[in-house]
Each structure stands twice: as structure tokens, then as C-alpha cells.
Design a protein around this ligand. Structure first.
Ligand code: URA
Length: 235
């Protein structure tokens, strides 16, 4: 196995980041600093160290889905001491969150120790659908949906278009389904800000074919076989 694949499979980082670590001279193979990006590792007998620590392949990868509540950050440490999604899961493996959500956004997060997969799904060019349920005060007009379908203009620049449809209106709150392929920073909130609407609640309900389903806030569970099958088709 290529050394960059070994490092990413061990859950340290993505393959591209692993190449950077090698170029930075912090990767050792059997006690010697690796300088050749193309070197292979015999996973049965070779010893690989990253920044002085031995790394090993997990027996198999973990793939979890989590219902992130509002009021949690997705990073492992927060400089302001806020709660993180890692406070909600107990594992001794280093897990990457796939596709971040803002502090005030709730909903589906995928977590895995498979660095390559995390990168594939998180990258804006991955074109993986993400579906959100948005609640706004008042009744949204058809003309506002039309603007979002075309792509709202923010500071003179057109944002990517979104698939938008009303779900319900209870006389006070409109619920809207918004599907986007890219994952620009605060994309959904920025779309609604650009048309002068304040979001009351933003919830991600789907990533590709994986749905939030019946999870409760703060709950996580391993992906089912059919969900894993969708992941394996992406790779
Ligand atoms: N869009 C947002 O504005 N926030 C999120 O957390 C995710 C998508």
C-alpha cells in the first residue's frame, strides 16, 4: 500500500495532507525519514511513524451519523470553550466530521476515521446533495423562491442556485426544503440574508442518500449496511 494511503487509512489525515507531512520530513518508515512520496508500506511488518508516533491501520473504519444540536461547534477544540460535537460521542478513534454545520445549525453530521472519504464528501466540488429544512417567519412568496432557484446575488456576485420548495405554512412560520450541491461557508444562511429573510431554524436532514431519520438531538449511531453501500459507490 502507498504510504499516503496508509497514513490516511490510519485516520491521521487525507492522502494529500499525508504527502505534505512526508514533504515536511515528519514521516518515518522503519526508523528512516521518508522522502519519496511513491514509497510502499508492507502493512504486515513495516513500522510507520508520524511526528514521532507509531500509527496503525484500524481493523475497519467507523462511519457514524450524529444529530448535532444547536449550540455545538464541529471542531475538536474551541478557543471560546464552547461545547463540541466530540462531547456527544465516545470513541478512542480520531474521527473527522464530514461537512461542518454552524454553531446555530442543527442536523445531520457524518463522522469517520476514513480520511479520504471525509475529504471527498466535504469538498465543495464533490457535488453531493445536502438537504436542509429552513424555518422563516411569515409566508414566503413564489417570487422569492424563484430568486433562490436562479441563484441570489450577494455583493454583486451570483451564488450557486438551489432547489427550493415550500413544505408547510402554519399561519406564522414557513418551512422550506433547500437542496444544494456545494457547501460554501454559511451558504444557506447567506442565501436567505440576501433576500432579506431571517432564518429561525436551520436543520440539515440529508447528505446524499443518508438521512437524519429517527435520530434524536445529540444521538449518534453507526451507518446501516444500505447507507454504507452508498458511501462505497462514491469512492
Ligand atoms: N448553510 C449554512 O448557512 N449553515 C450551515 O451550517 C450549513 C449550511
Amino acid at each position: 500500500m502507498r504510504i499516503n494511503k496508509f497514513i490516511s487509512s490510519a485516520g491521521v489525515c487525507s492522502r494529500r495532507k499525508a504527502d505534505e507531512l512526508i514533504m515536511n520530513g515528519v514521516v518515518e518508515l522503519n526508523g528512516k525519514i521518508v522522502s519519496n512520496l511513491g514509497i510502499d508500506v508492507d502493512e504486515k511488518k513495516d513500522i510507520v511513524k508520524v511526528e514521532g508516533k507509531v500509527i496503525t491501520l484500524p481493523l475497519s473504519h467507523i462511519y457514524l451519523k450524529l444529530f448535532k444540536p444547536k449550540g455545538y461547534v464541529c471542531s475538536a477544540h474551541d478557543e471560546h470553550g464552547r461545547k463540541t460535537i466530540y462531547d456527544l460521542i465516545s470513541t478512542d478513534r480520531r474521527l473527522f466530521s464530514v461537512g461542518r454545520l454552524d454553531y446555530d445549525t442543527e442536523g445531520l453530521i457524518l463522522l469517520t476515521d476514513d480520511g479520504d472519504f471525509a475529504k471527498l464528501v466535504s469538498h465543495p466540488s464533490g457535488n453531493i446533495e445536502k438537504e436542509y429544512l429552513v424555518s422563516v417567519e411569515g409566508q414566503m412568496k413564489e417570487s422569492e423562491f424563484a430568486v433562490m432557484r436562479k441563484g441570489v446575488v450577494e455583493n454583486g456576485k451570483r451564488m450557486p442556485s438551489a432547489r427550493v420548495k415550500p413544505v408547510s405554512f402554519d399561519g406564522k412560520i414557513t418551512k422550506i426544503s433547500v437542496v444544494i450541491d456545494e457547501g460554501q461557508n454559511r451558504q444557506v444562511r447567506r442565501m436567505f440574508e440576501a433576500i432579506g429573510r431571517e432564518i429561525k431554524l436551520l436543520k440539515r436532514v440529508r447528505i446524499g442518500e443518508i438521512r437524519l431519520g429517527g435520530l434524536k438531538r445529540g444521538e449518534s449511531r453507526n451507518l446501516r449496511a444500505d447507507e454504507l453501500e452508498w458511501l462505497s459507490r462514491l469512492k
